[in-house]
Design a protein around this ligand. Structure first.
Ligand SMILES: *Cc1c(COP(=O)(O)O)cnc(C)c1O
Length: 302
């Protein structure tokens, strides 16, 4: 059975705010599909792996930074399918590897480090062409699975959320690939609520146009005030929220993606954004392995 065929649990989040606003709030636990690999990443990878198999490729090549959830997911999922994987890593090889890269290696990923300046120019050079020449039996997956095939894979998440009593589905947004997938497969009455974790992410419409390849979709609701200063930026307010949220609801979130999404949704619940009777699903996309990049004294580990 494929990991994406696993029925993910849906847990209710009930507290004084959901009670007083008279809404139902749930977490769809894609984080429970695997302890290290982010749930949404497996969905995004699905059709790339299918393509690799259809082409008889034996190698998957992808890209990412030292803490990338996408890299470790690609390493794990390729290995699961008996495929070799190669990770092109942003930056020179450090003296000690991050826990993420060590996990990647444990799933048999070969790591190739390239300088940041070169990494930033990859799309403007023939680097990918060179890779394909060097590894002819390989499928190349863009960073974060940012591609229409990635969105198509993410759309499979909705198969388990096809309940028309659900009014809102909320997700953290990085590359917007997961968001595009949710929009593709949403019921007409369902609003998709997007929480960008990057500052000034103004290009979501253009991203969605590319990811949807001209398919029609209803625009998402974008809550763009919850990035906490930018990608992987955080403050005590966020870390305290993550700590309390876990204490109250036994749900560990991460400081890069899902912590910001849960914070945004709880804040909007308190502010009355969700009308009485709303049934709101928050996608817990995983990513908690990223918390290990925080100092070990962080409140998250208390
Ligand atoms: C990558 C990631 C996201 C964002 O997904 P995109 O498809 O890039 O927008 C959200 N949550 C977690 C845990 C992730 O790892």
């Amino acid at each position: 059975m494929l990991p994406i065929d696993i029925v993910f649990p849906i847990n209710e989040i009930k507290n004084q705010f959901t009670d007083s606003m008279d809404i139902e709030l749930y977490a769809a636990r894609l984080d429970q599909i695997h302890s290290i690999v982010s749930g949404n990443k497996l969905y995004k990878l699905h059709y790339f792996i299918e393509e690799a198999k259809a082409c008889n490729h034996n190698t998957i090549i992808t890209f990412g930074g030292a803490y990338s959830n996408h890299l470790v997911a690609t390493a794990w999922y390729s290995n699961y399918h008996g495929l070799k994987s190669i990770g092109i890593i942003r930056g020179e090889k450090p003296d000690s590897l991050s826990h993420t890269l060590i996990d990647c290696m444990s799933y048999n990923m070969e790591l190739i480090f390239i300088p940041r300046e070169q990494y930033a120019q990859i799309d403007k050079t023939d680097y990918i062409q060179q890779l394909k020449t060097k590894y002819p039996d390989s499928t190349v997956i863009p960073e974060g699975g940012y591609h229409p095939l990635g969105a198509k894979g993410a759309s499979l998440i909705m198969n388990q959320l096809k309940d028309s009593t659900i009014t809102h589905i909320c997700t953290a947004v990085g590359s917007a690939t997961t968001l595009a997938g949710l929009l593709q497969n949403a019921e007409v009455n369902q609003k998709i609520v997007a929480v960008p974790v990057i500052k000034n992410m103004t290009d979501i419409p253009e991203r969605l146009t590319y990811l949807h390849q001209n398919k029609q979709f209803n625009p998402p609701v974008i809550l763009d005030n919850y990035h906490f200063g930018g990608y992987a930026k955080y403050d005590d307010n966020l870390l305290n929220f993550i700590y309390d949220f876990n204490k109250d609801h036994q749900i560990i979130s991460d400081f890069v993606y899902t912590g910001k999404m849960f914070f945004a949704v709880m804040d909007q619940v308190k502010k009355g954004y969700f009308k009485k009777g709303s049934k709101v699903i928050c996608l817990h996309t995983g990513g908690t392995q990223g918390n290990f990049s925080l100092p070990s004294t962080s409140i998250i580990f208390k």
